[in-house]
Design a protein around this ligand. Structure first.
Ligand code: PEP
Ligand code: CO
Length: 454
């Protein structure tokens, strides 16, 4: 193994645009190429959204998660919308992630790495390029960075100007998250700041408040003992992630920085490639090969062990700690069949990856009244089975990846309030996939602790 893998130079045959020589799936067709070039020129000049030192700090933390010393909590919307870039939505999402991480820290007795699916989660892969309604066929909605969801020819036309809007909405989101955290919002002395209005009446409130109380006691005890404020407990870190789908946008935010070799994607800390674009010889894997960020790949039930090993060869040839995560998303019904051969192959080859469970995307179904939903029990069961299957294989589940919101939506059925299919009509707001609401999210965190707690 290379003793200084992070200093190894970028592969000689890679450039930020070498992906253009490979098949790029899920890309929009822009009608005006000159307009696209103008936008990309503007984007290349705009300031980045994150820094290389934050990226490298996260990579070190992910390396610790690989060793079982930390646990990754990655969560947020399936798709952010430009209109949802507003203070209530952002702070509620932050609150639920902070509450979940508090439950996990308390129960697992290890630090939690908090990564939002936000500040850039604007591009969506679709199963079909077009959509037909009442005899009219239009391009599919591909996320707000590409087009708009309304079913009109104008809304569905890919518009490169949306990349500039996505960059600025991402920056506004980041700015607000950073300001909240720096301003004491995430202060462990005041977990009551994170309470959502539902707290009082939730069936989970008593268990949560008990935990908060005992954390408060621990903080006060340590402060009494040391005679000083527990400064490094005051703050928590937050990192961002999104699916790196729209490669022209990602390329424009791929930069070199002073005093660091190589290239960084400075639009987000921890980009991932979705299941539909993870082909070994495809453009997305080619793009990921050359950036120094920690990267993640979604792994679905059709992936073969050999494919996974080849992906490791390409994406982490030096076996660099923290560099590569596999997010498995098999579904509760299939995970016991599909996951073990992958775990065995990676373990047998002695490869270093961070295994993460996405308990959402293998559990999507449609109701008879036309809603896309997920059953809470399947989500919880997939997380629980993941822990068991990793334990049996001698590997480690290092984190979870969830679609969730801090809002009181009714998109997934079940959970403490036993939402039914009829409840879905009440507050179904997602423009793509169904999310856990705040209460179901907290319940998943509690289920993880019950399964795995010290
Ligand atoms: C997603 O994360 O929203 C997604 C589309 O996932 P996958 O690529 O795993 O289907
Ligand atoms: Co989704």
């Amino acid at each position: 193994m290379n003793a200084f893998p992070s200093l190894s130079p970028t592969a000689a045959d890679w450039t930020p645009e070498s992906w253009r020589g490979k098949p790029a799936l899920q890309m929009p067709t822009y009608p005006d190429l000159q307009a696209l070039e103008d936008v990309l020129g503007q984007l290349r000049r705009l300031p980045p959204l994150v820094t290389s030192w934050e990226i490298l700090a996260l990579k070190r933390q992910l390396a610790e998660a690989q060793e079982g010393e930390r646990f990754l909590l990655q969560g947020g919307d399936c798709a952010e919308n430009f209109v949802d870039c507003e203070s209530g939505t952002i702070s509620n999402r932050l609150k639920v992630l902070l509450q979940m991480s508090l439950v996990l820290v308390h129960g697992l007795r290890k630090p939690v790495i908090r990564v939002g699916r936000f500040a850039g989660q604007y591009a969506k892969p679709r199963s079909a390029d077009t959509e037909t309604r009442d005899g009219q066929t239009l391009p599919s909605y591909r996320g707000d960075v590409i087009n708009a969801p309304e079913f009109t020819a104008a809304a569905r036309m890919p518009d490169p100007q949306r990349m500039i809007v996505a960059h600025s909405r991402s920056a506004l989101t980041m700015n607000f998250v950073r300001a909240l955290i720096d301003g004491g919002f995430a202060d462990l002395h005041h977990p009551e700041y994170w309470n959502l209005s539902w707290m009082g009446c939730s069936p989970l409130a008593a268990e949560y408040q008990k935990m908060v109380g005992s954390i408060g006691d621990a903080v006060r005890f340590m402060e009494t003992l040391s005679g000083a404020q527990v400064h490094n407990l005051n703050r928590v870190d937050f990192y961002t992630s999104h699916e790196a789908l729209l490669l022209p946008y990602e390329q424009a935010l791929t930069r070199q920085v002073p005093r660091q070799p190589g290239w960084f994607n400075l639009s987000t800390h921890y980009p991932w490639i979705g299941m539909r674009t993870a082909a070994l010889d495809g453009a997305h894997v080619e793009y990921f090969r050359g950036i120094r960020n920690p990267v993640a790949i979604k792994v679905g039930p059709s992936v073969q062990p050999e494919q996974l090993l080849r992906l490791i060869d390409v994406l982490n040839p030096d076996d660099e700690p923290g560099r590569l995560s596999f997010i498995h998303r098999m579904g509760a019904a299939q995970i016991a069949d599909k996951l073990p051969p992958l775990l065995d192959a990676v373990k047998r080859d002695g490869r270093r990856v961070l295994w993460v469970c996405d308990a959402m995307h293998g559990n999507t179904e449609s109701t008879s009244n036309g809603y896309k939903t997920r059953r809470f029990d399947n989500v919880r069961r997939e997380v629980e089975l993941s822990f068991d299957l990793h334990a049996a294989a001698g590997t480690r589940l290092g984190g979870v990846h969830l679609e969730l919101t801090g809002e009181d939506v009714t998109e997934c059925t079940g959970g403490a309030r036993e939402l039914t299919e009829r409840d879905l009509e009440r507050a179904y707001r997602s423009s793509v996939d169904p999310r856990l609401n705040y209460e179901q999210s907290l319940e998943i965190a509690m289920a993880i602790v019950r399964k795995q707690g010290a």
